[in-house]
Design a protein around this ligand. Structure first.
Ligand SMILES: CC(C)(COP(=O)(O)OP(=O)(O)OC[C@H]1O[C@@H](n2cnc3c(N)ncnc32)[C@H](O)[C@@H]1OP(=O)(O)O)[C@@H](O)C(=O)NCCC(=O)NCCS
Length: 196
């Protein structure tokens, strides 16, 4: 399902126990450049991002929120850090084998790893996307080497989707990060996980 203009716009922000998920600001571009230039943050991607690539990527993440009513949220730790990365849902690129679909993704700066922030932010983003868009299922994908990201999927109650492994078109043949696995969660499964 691809969200359209009949879907209510994203709220200005969502607050969780420890985080604020909010619309992106111009000031977020600089710390986003810094995290995308960190080879540890990008070790499961194609490489580090140049400043231009980082800005373009931020622009796409923000843009999708405006046009499709879904997009990645900038994540803030109130009183500690105004921008630690992003988490959120957006329409999958047409080139991917499971499109059209809604996917969820996340990326945080290294000093903020290991505190459960990605699952906390992603849980709020899933709740918002399911409630506001009426989409019945949301997926995530990563190279199977990216254990931290797979752990986030599992913590959200997402499950591996057998038979959907794929070669990501953006990685060249033979690249170690090219193979990807897909995890999925339905709105019903998410409700059950939340209620447990
Ligand atoms: C994936 C990511 C968002 C996880 O965020 P997070 O807030 O650290 O998530 P959690 O605190 O729940 O930790 C998830 C797992 O990360 C791993 N992890 C935690 N701290 C870590 C650290 N300092 N260094 C390396 N891995 C770590 C652990 O395996 C952990 O699982 P566990 O809690 O069962 O031990 C974060 O690692 C990240 O931004 N990575 C780089 C970008 C990326 O790969 N994005 C996903 C693309 S598909």
């Amino acid at each position: 399902m691809t969200p359209d203009k009949t879907i209510p716009p994203q709220p200005q922000e969502i607050r969780t126990e420890r985080l604020i998920l909010r619309r992106w600001r111009q000031e977020d571009f600089e710390p986003f450049r810094a995290m995308n230039a960190d080879p540890e943050v990008t070790r499961f991607f194609m490489g580090t991002f140049s400043a231009e690539q980082s800005d373009a990527s931020a622009g796409r993440l923000m843009g999708s929120a405006e046009t499709a009513r879904l997009g990645a949220w900038a994540v803030e730790v109130p009183g500690e850090a105004p921008f630690i990365g992003f988490a959120g849902c957006w329409p999958t690129r047409q080139e991917l084998p499971f499109a059209p679909a809604i996917e969820i993704g996340w990326r945080l700066a290294k000093p903020f790893w290991g505190r459960g922030y990605a699952p906390e932010a992603a849980r709020a983003a899933l709740a918002d996307a399911f409630a506001r868009t009426g989409v019945s299922e949301i997926l995530a994908y990563a190279t199977p080497l990216n254990e931290p990201s797979l752990r986030v999927m599992q913590k959200l109650g997402m499950t591996y989707s057998p038979g959907e492994d794929f070669e990501h078109f953006m990685f060249e043949d033979g690249h170690r990060n090219r193979r990807h696995v897909v995890y999925r969660i339905t709105a019903e499964q998410f409700r059950r996980v939340q209620a447990a």
